[in-house]
Design a protein around this ligand. Structure first.
Ligand SMILES: *[C@@H]1O[C@H](CO)[C@@H](O)[C@H](O)[C@H]1NC(C)=O
Ligand SMILES: *[C@@H]1O[C@H](CO)[C@@H](O)[C@H](O)[C@H]1NC(C)=O
Ligand SMILES: *[C@@H]1O[C@H](CO)[C@@H](O)[C@H](O)[C@H]1NC(C)=O
Ligand SMILES: *[C@@H]1O[C@H](CO)[C@@H](O)[C@H](O)[C@H]1NC(C)=O
Ligand SMILES: *[C@@H]1O[C@H](CO)[C@@H](O)[C@H](O)[C@H]1NC(C)=O
Ligand SMILES: *[C@@H]1O[C@H](CO)[C@@H](O)[C@H](O)[C@H]1NC(C)=O
Ligand SMILES: *[C@@H]1O[C@H](CO)[C@@H](O)[C@H](O)[C@H]1NC(C)=O
Ligand SMILES: *[C@@H]1O[C@H](CO)[C@@H](O)[C@H](O)[C@H]1NC(C)=O
Ligand SMILES: *[C@@H]1O[C@H](CO)[C@@H](O)[C@H](O)[C@H]1NC(C)=O
Length: 463
């Protein structure tokens, strides 16, 4: 304890003369002091603070500040509220001059209420979750708080989340109250378990998230994200429990992901590009979906999306692109390959007439256009007779569709077939059911072509 005090003093003295950094340091030191004072056990040996020599010696910058939640008074009994402790540690980690690592150790369960992790942080932060984090069960806890969020990271750069632990949303009460389950209830929102908003250089790996209140993990307006070895698990009948939702984000890589929930395994919407998925297991769930796009006449620009290697089973859809009528923009340069399906309804589906509202959606001429979409090496069984369905817009037909080596037989021993509407492109190799896309020029008038060309020019300018 004596040593620590000395270190602390010299630490603060050293900094006081460096006014340019003083604000951060003061915040940092205050929090250190506060945390040390509130922690009855005193200084934790795992906290490695810079030593007195640091003023002339910056080697400490390469050291990692390790912050174990247990050393700051967290109970980890699954009952006591540990939110404040985690918040304080985040503030400390986020203002640290050197790389900091927050450790949530294995073997315990920490109750955490809705929590904000705000950036920007001074240095790289690693959040190592090896134990379990549980959410309050009672939706009333969200009264007066943002109902969309449980864990909310925003404006953070260079964050790593790892550790093999579990985030448990304990969403049962939210599901029971959902209008999809209890039809007498009004439709309201429910929290996404983990949201990343405006994050950059983010790595999420080796984590399990279960029973989310609504969606499990969402990335909105993020850049350069790598997610790997993630397991997402919720009952097949839990409402709107999407696995991974990507919106307005660029350069996202998803590798080795297992999703088993009550909604889309992965959904990609609005202005997202360079999204690459590899080795995805999905089922039960609603499949892998681009869209819905263009709802309420909105614009969407999705491009450069690839999926390489997936196993889908008992899902409501397989590989899907869905757009509302009346939207604008495009979904293009999309590749799906090496996918094995088992008992999947609508294994391959493009639906430009998507309508998920209680009243029927009127026909409209404008649409999010669909261009350059390929399906290669897709095999397995279909739970529905129509295994390949392309229902494209009349004013903006699907263009440059490409099918190669497709084999989708019936899961129940019947036949399968393809359905096409305004679908243009080509196919090669063996395709079963026989493809129906037209290889010829579009029969539609020149008018539409020039309109869509014009629109694409505008779109390029927007990007
Ligand atoms: C800086 O401090 C570290 C210990 O904190 C020491 O090992 C190293 O030799 C010092 N470097 C210089 C240049 O003084
Ligand atoms: C996941 O984390 C656990 C605990 O830290 C570790 O033992 C395991 O090797 C990690 N797995 C991967 C794939 O990184
Ligand atoms: C449905 O919700 C209403 C109002 O919240 C509630 O009174 C009713 O008990 C619920 N029904 C079921 C089956 O949970
Ligand atoms: C996509 O980008 C366009 C053009 O920048 C913008 O008008 C539109 O609102 C964006 N849509 C979404 C859903 O972010
Ligand atoms: C979309 O545009 C159509 C045609 O201009 C219009 O009739 C409709 O009301 C619009 N819908 C919304 C939700 O704005
Ligand atoms: C899409 O990918 C192509 C190469 O495949 C690249 O040239 C282009 O810049 C990418 N566009 C976006 C918006 O990521
Ligand atoms: C196949 O999928 C259908 C529709 O989702 C489902 O009803 C059926 O139980 C599934 N069959 C098997 C063997 O899992
Ligand atoms: C919309 O268009 C489709 C295809 O042409 C047609 O079958 C349907 O009747 C139309 N619906 C309305 C409401 O006009
Ligand atoms: C194409 O553009 C022309 C002139 O701007 C317009 O009159 C026509 O309705 C458009 N066609 C479609 C299918 O949107």
């Amino acid at each position: 304890m004596e040593m620590v005090k000395l270190r602390k003093l010299s630490f603060s003295n050293a900094y006081s003369s460096h006014s340019v950094y003083s604000f951060n340091y003061i915040v940092y030191i205050c929090i250190c002091l506060l945390l040390f004072v509130t922690n009855a056990n005193g200084f934790s040996p795992t906290i490695q603070l810079p030593t007195s020599g640091l003023f002339r010696n910056t080697s400490y910058l390469s050291k990692t500040l390790v912050l174990n939640i247990n050393d700051f008074g967290a109970q980890g009994d699954g009952f006591t509220d540990d939110t404040k402790t985690l918040e304080d540690i985040w503030t400390l980690a986020c203002s640290s001059l050197s790389h900091s690592k927050i450790v949530i150790p294995a073997g315990k369960s920490y109750l955490v209420r809705p929590i904000n992790f705000a950036g920007p942080c001074h240095s790289k932060v690693t959040l190592r979750i090896s134990g379990t984090i549980v959410s309050p069960r009672d939706p009333e806890v969200w009264k007066g708080l943002n109902i969309h969020r449980w864990f909310y990271f925003h404006g953070v750069k260079n964050l790593i989340i790892e550790g093999g632990g579990v985030l448990d949303g304990r969403g049962e009460e939210w599901w029971a109250r959902s209008c999809k389950i209890n039809k007498t209830n009004p439709c309201t929102h429910a929290p996404t378990a983990i949201t990343f908003h405006r994050c950059k250089n983010l790595k999420v790996r080796n984590l399990t998230t279960i029973n989310s209140q609504q969606m499990h993990m969402a990335f909105t307006t993020c850049r350069r994200v790598a997610v790997s070895h993630l397991n997402v698990l919720a009952p097949a009948d839990s409402p709107n429990t999407d696995g991974i939702h990507i919106s307005a984000s660029k350069r996202v890589k998803l590798t080795n992901i297992i999703v088993s929930t009550g909604d889309d395994c992965i959904s990609i919407v609005s202005n997202s590009s360079r999204i690459h998925m590899k080795n995805i297991v999905c089922g039960p769930g609603h499949g892998i979906s681009i869209g819905s796009l263009g709802k309420a006449n909105s614009s969407a620009y999705v491009q450069n999306v690839s999926l390489d290697g997936a196993y889908l089973f008992n899902t409501e859809n397989g590989l899907r692109i869905k757009t509302w009528q009346g939207g604008s923009g495009f979904a293009r340069k999309i590749k799906f390959q090496n996918v094995w399906m088992k008992n999947v309804s609508n294994p391959i589906i493009i639906d430009q007439y998507y309508c998920d509202s209680s009243s029927p959606c009127p026909n409209q001429t404008s649409s999010v256009s669909i261009d350059s979409v390929s399906f290669r090496n897709i095999r397995g069984t279909s739970a529905t007779e129509v295994a390949i369905l392309f229902a494209c817009s009349e004013s903006f037909p699907c263009r440059r569709l490409y099918l190669k080596n497709i084999q989708l037989t019936s899961a129940s021993g019947g036949i399968t077939r393809s359905f096409c509407w305004e679908a243009y492109g080509k196919s090669s190799g063996l395709i079963y059911p026989a493809p129906c896309i037209s290889s010829g020029e579009m029969i539609i008038g020149v008018n539409v072509k020039s309109n869509s060309t014009q629109r694409h020019k505008v779109d390029y300018a927007l990007l």
